[in-house]
Design a protein around this ligand. Structure first.
Ligand code: NDP
Length: 279
C-alpha cells in the first residue's frame, strides 16, 4: 500500500474502502470482506447510518486499531460548535472506537466555523488524528484556510476522469490540502466505467477500467476510496499499484474532462435545500 503524508504529518493509505449507501447488514459483510482482503482505511459518515455495523466488522476482524485508518464525517444538521462535539462522540461510540483518524465536515452548509472550532478542540485533545472537509469549492478552501488556525488536512470531493477537478486541486496544493476522491467510478452510473477511451487504455495495460481510473487518480496524489459490494472487485480495486500510465494515456484521459459533475450541480440552490432537509 502507498501512503500520503498529510499536512500535519499523519500518514494515510492512498486507497481505502467507501461505504456510502450500504444498509447495515451489507455494510457489516462488505467491511469484513474488505478488511479480509487487505483494506485498512474505511470511509464512513454519520449520514450513512452504518457506523455501528463498521464498528462490529472491525471488532470481528481482530485487526489492531493502530493498523486501521477510520474516517467519519459530521452531517449538515449538526454543523454547530456544541452539537458537533456531541455528534463526534456519538459517531465514536457507534464505531466502538476511542479516537478517529480523520473527521470531515461533510458539506459546506450551516455553521461550518463553529463545527471546525469543535473539531479543532477534539484534534488538540488527540481524539482525532487529522481534521478535514468535503465538497469544498476553491473559494471555500481559500476562506477556510486563511481564517482558521488549523488548516484542513484533506478535501474529499467528487473526482473522476469525466470531472477531473484540476483547478480545485491547484488551489488546494497552494494551501497544502490533500485531495480525496469520492465517486471515482461516477457511482457506476455516470459513464466512467463504460467509457470507450478508458476501455482502450485498460486493454493496453491488461487491466480493467476501474483499475486504470484508480491508478490515474493515485498518480495525481489523490486519495481514493472505491466502493464495491463484491469481494472479487474489492481485490481488483486494490491491485492498482503494479502498472504505470504513459504520457499518451494521460493525454487521452485529459481529453475526457467534461467540466461538470455527472451527479448533479452542488451549487444548485434546490440541492442545498435538500441537504439541509436530510437527516
Ligand atoms: P464509486 O464511484 O466508488 O462507485 C461505486 C459503484 O462502482 C458501485 O455501483 C460498484 O458496484 C461499482 N464498482 C466498484 N468497483 C467496480 C469494478 N472494479 N468494476 C465495475 N464496477 C465496480 O461510488 P461511491 O459513491 O460509493 O464513492 C466512493 C465512496 O466515497 C463512498 O462509498 C463514500 O465512502 C464516499 N462518498 C463521499 C461523498 C461525500 O459527499 N463526501 C459522496 C459520495 C460518496 P458493485 O457494488 O456491484 O461492485
Amino acid at each position: 500500500m502507498n501512503f500520503i503524508t498529510l499536512n500535519n504529518g499523519v500518514k494515510m493509505p492512498m486507497l481505502g474502502y467507501g461505504t456510502y449507501n450500504l444498509d447495515a447488514k451489507t455494510t457489516r459483510r462488505c467491511v469484513e470482506d474488505a478488511l479480509s482482503v487487505g483494506y485498512r482505511s474505511i470511509d464512513t459518515a454519520e449520514f450513512y447510518k452504518n457506523e455501528e455495523a463498521i464498528g462490529e466488522a472491525i471488532i470481528a476482524s481482530g485487526i489492531k486499531r493502530e493498523e486501521l485508518f477510520i474516517t467519519s464525517k459530521i452531517w449538515v444538521s449538526n454543523m454547530n460548535e456544541n452539537v458537533a462535539l456531541k455528534a463526534f462522540e456519538a459517531s465514536l461510540k457507534r464505531l466502538r472506537l476511542d479516537y478517529l483518524d480523520l473527521y470531515l465536515i461533510h458539506w459546506p452548509v450551516g455553521d461550518i466555523y463553529g463545527a471546525w472550532r469543535a473539531m479543532s478542540k477534539l484534534y488538540k485533545e488527540g481524539k482525532i488524528k487529522a481534521i478535514g472537509v468535503s465538497n469544498f469549492l476553491p473559494d471555500r478552501i481559500v476562506d477556510f484556510c486563511i481564517n482558521n488556525e488549523i488548516k484542513p488536512a484533506i478535501n474529499q470531493v467528487e473526482c473522476n476522469p469525466l470531472y477531473q477537478r484540476a483547478n480545485l486541486q491547484k488551489v488546494m496544493q497552494e494551501y497544502n490540502v490533500a485531495m480525496q476522491s469520492w465517486a471515482s467510478f461516477g457511482q457506476g452510473r455516470s459513464g466512467v466505467l463504460d467509457n470507450n477511451e478508458l476501455a482502450k487504455i485498460a486493454k493496453k495495460h491488461n487491466k480493467s477500467i476501474a483499475q486504470v481510473v484508480l491508478n490515474w487518480l493515485i498518480e495525481r496524489d489523490i486519495v481514493v476510496i472505491p466502493k464495491s459490494t463484491k469481494k472479487e472487485r474489492m481485490i481488483e480495486n486494490l491491485n492498482v499499484f503494479d502498472f504505470s500510465l504513459d504520457e499518451s494515456d494521460k493525454a487521452q484521459i485529459a481529453k475526457l474532462e467534461k467540466g461538470v459533475s455527472g451527479l448533479g450541480n452542488q451549487q444548485d440552490p434546490q440541492r442545498v435545500k435538500r441537504l439541509i432537509e436530510l437527516r
